[in-house]
Design a protein around this ligand. Structure first.
Ligand code: HEC
Ligand code: HEC
Length: 485
């Protein structure tokens, strides 16, 4: 994904696909006559969408199976010694755990498909690994693969660094990705990535029809990490992203695969695939809380939620006596009012949004794009228990922290044991990621990628002080209620 600008900058040349622009509208537009403001959606097949995501490579391969099998040689001493002594299957599982990979599962069974392949990469018959959308959007819930759950364990930068180092140790040459990854920050902390800047980079080198435009100078980057939202909210939304700038549509989903190797023509030819992927996203259900819920307490919590939270986060049917139907208004809250980290909002410039709004991705302006959104959209809270960490930058590990601004940890890390045995890593008391507060001593031993430091740029855990008016009892009731969603 980062190869596009790295290669252009490094090699100083443009791929052959930079050939003269084709007005793409004639090639692949499936919408009604241009006078009609509505964009027609061809019905997609959700199962096919899932199969495409997990088995069709839309990005070029970046690793080989042989490289992946040897990556542990670049691990810290203790871990490396353990990897050297265990059997290959245990080692494969430890490699999965270290980078946030989970087993690929069957669409119908929901159980591991036995291929030994990860959900997060497409692995072809020659053993070549290509990243897919599920690298960030497919994680685990209670230790089991859950496509559509944000991958809160994905360690993108650690993966790239150790892949490169393991090749150097073994005297192998780095590939373009290995080199490119030294130039573009991928994500400073486990579970979050620099995805917004990948998007900015990919858009920069395309014209409005998605053809490569031959630009050589990179765009202005404001690197910062964000947490992927759960895909089970997709069906409730008409606008996408935390600032809601883009109208929901299948074409917009292609922006993450606009790397140099994919010509404009190639990208546009995938339109139908992405209608199936769109249908798949629309079909995903939020997971149900698997433990006992104190329904008496949750009922009280539902009332507190109704008066303090529903205005922004909508209403839900889970406590039967209260609501007969669900509502969700996609309410955008001004940044001064919500008070969470502003970097994400400011990092996407109006001209970048405008370009998105003029081009093929938004059906040449027939989908509405908001150039200067003033804040963040309150997300739906279905399945919120299963999508930690919280806020768009993933700065708060548990729901109890969301409800108690003063108790949020300043520096924290996931409590992950790398032993080849999938575990829940779920904190039932605070509801969210099982984490440790990091103090001086723990911090010294921790690998940088494991530590979430909320004092760093773009990583603030401040704001959203709305729950502060609640009593301690009311907060406990709301926490119980949130488990029902
Ligand atoms: C490197 C990580 C990464 C990859 C790979 C990735 N995404 Fe995302 N995606 C994100 C992040 C982070 C956001 C949140 C951006 C924001 O809100 O500003 C996001 C947002 C989205 C949203 C909006 C969801 C919402 O509720 O607003 C959709 C839809 C989406 N991605 C689909 C895809 C598809 C389809 C692919 C593959 C073609 C993909 N993503 C690949 C990280 C990623
Ligand atoms: C004025 C509108 C508003 C009110 C009132 C409000 N919220 Fe929020 N909430 C937001 C916005 C906006 C965000 C997204 C902030 C961000 O990601 O930076 C958010 C985020 C959250 C999140 C994190 C969701 C996630 O997946 O990251 C939770 C949980 C939450 N709110 C719960 C509550 C609860 C419980 C209440 C009531 C006690 C409440 N909110 C009141 C606007 C509101």
């Amino acid at each position: 994904m980062i190869r596009l600008w790295c290669c252009l900058v490094l090699a100083g040349l443009c791929a052959s696909s930079c050939a003269g622009p084709v007005r793409a509208e004639e090639v692949a537009d499936q919408s009604p006559s241009s006078g009609d403001a509505k964009v027609q959606l061809v019905p997609g097949d959700a199962k096919l969408g899932y199969q495409l995501l997990t088995t069709k490579a839309y990005l070029p391969p970046v690793f080989t199976q042989a490289n992946m099998d040897e990556i542990w040689r670049a691990w810290p001493k203790e871990l490396r010694e353990r990897a050297a002594t265990v059997d290959p299957e245990t080692r494969r599982r430890i490699i999965f755990e270290r980078y946030g990979f989970t087993e690929r599962i069957g669409f119908d069974s929901g159980a591991p498909d036995g291929s030994g392949k990860p959900l997060q990469y497409v692995v072809d018959e020659s053993g070549r690994w290509s990243m897919n959308c599920l690298a960030c959007h497919g994680g685990s819930v209670m230790g089991r693969s859950y496509p559509g759950a944000p991958n809160n364990r994905f360690a993108f930068e650690l993966l790239a660094t150790e892949m490169r180092n393991s090749k150097l140790i073994r005297g192998k040459l780095p590939n373009q990705f290995d080199v490119g990854a030294t130039l573009m920050p991928l994500g400073k902390t486990r579970g979050t990535t620099n995805a917004i800047m990948f998007g900015v980079g990919l858009m920069h080198y395309r014209d409005e029809d998605l053809n490569l435009n031959g630009k050589l100078v990179p765009p202005a980057f404001v690197h910062h990490d964000v947490d992927a939202p759960p895909w089970w909210h997709f069906k409730k939304k008409s606008r996408l992203y935390i600032d809601g700038f883009a109208q929901k549509g299948h074409r917009g989903l292609l922006q993450f695969v606009m790397v140099e190797e994919n010509s404009g023509e190639q990208l546009r030819s995938w339109e139908q695939d992405f209608q199936h992927i769109y249908a798949y996203l629309n079909s995903i259900e939020a997971p149900k809380y698997p433990f006992k819920i104190d329904m008496e307490k949750a009922k009280l919590g539902a009332k507190v939620f109704q008066s303090h939270c529903a205005e922004c986060h909508g209403t839900y049917k889970t406590v039967a006596s209260l609501h007969k139907f669900e509502s969700y208004s996609e309410y955008r809250v001004a940044i001064e009012r919500v008070g969470t980290d502003p970097v994400r909002l400011e990092a996407l410039r109006p001209d970048g949004r405008a370009k998105y709004g003029r081009g093929w991705l938004s059906h040449y302006g027939r989908e509405e794009t908001i150039m200067e959104p003033d804040g963040y959209v309150a997300p739906p809270l279905d399945g919120v228990w299963a999508s930690p960490p919280y806020f768009h930058n993933g700065s708060v590990p548990t729901l109890w922290g969301v409800l108690n601004p003063k108790l949020r940890p300043t520096v924290w890390k996931h409590r992950i044991v790398l032993d080849g045995v999938a575990d829940e890593n779920f904190d039932r008391r605070e509801v969210g990621i099982l984490y440790d507060r990091v103090t001086g001593e723990v911090g010294q031993n921790a690998e940088p990628q494991e530590v979430f430091n909320t004092e760093k740029f773009g990583k603030s855990n401040q704001g959203h002080t709305f729950p502060e008016v609640l009593t301690l009892d009311e907060k406990r009731q709301v926490l119980e209620y949130l488990k029902t969603l």
